[in-house]
Design a protein around this ligand. Structure first.
Ligand SMILES: [Zn+2]
Length: 171
């Protein structure tokens, strides 16, 4: 199933939320090219990208190989500490229960996601783990960055997948 979308090329000069989310979007395109659900993530620390990853559950056969989980592991190795204070994670879709929990455990300072997920999102979509009252770490959340593009990517993926599976079924 070929990916009809192209990668974007943000200017390196302006390193704002849109810049980092576009890098996450490019990761999501890499996911699609490997027949994975197109979700991508990057982690920024002190103005540098210290992790970039995309969903790899099919390729690894590992249900924990979500973009955010892989990015957290990369960032911890890079920094040499499991505590990711000062880091911002950008991801193209609202984190699931597993990833939202891991983000809290990692103590990232900020999470930015593009598309909300009313079914599985746990940063305000279906539930909000960041709002648990008794935990001693919270991060700030921003959403809606590069949203239309990230939504179109993932929606198109599922539409095409449904079509190709429907054809198989009809045969
Ligand atoms: Zn997840």
């Amino acid at each position: 199933m070929e990916c009809p979308f192209e990668k974007v090329h943000p200017s390196q000069l302006l390193r704002d939320d849109l810049f980092y989310m576009k890098l996450a979007y490019n990761q999501a395109i890499d996911a699609w090219r490997e027949e994975e659900v197109p979700v991508g993530a990057v982690i920024e620390w002190e103005g540098e990208v210290i992790a970039k990853a995309h969903n790899r559950i099919e390729g690894t056969g590992d249900p924990t190989a979500h973009a955010e989980m892989l990015a957290l592991t990369q960032a911890s190795h890079r920094i040499g500490d499991w505590r990711l204070n000062g880091c911002t994670l950008y991801v193209t879709k609202e984190p699931c229960p597993m990833c939202s929990g891991a983000l809290l455990m990692s103590r990232v300072s900020r999470v930015v996601f593009a598309v909300a997920d009313a079914k599985m999102g746990c940063l305000g979509g279906a539930a909000d783990l960041n709002a648990l009252p008794l935990i001693n770490h919270h991060f700030t959340i921003s959403k809606g960055v590069f949203e239309a593009e990230c939504r179109e990517l993932i929606q198109t993926f599922f539409e095409k997948k449904r079509k190709s599976q429907g054809q198989k079924f009809d045969d």
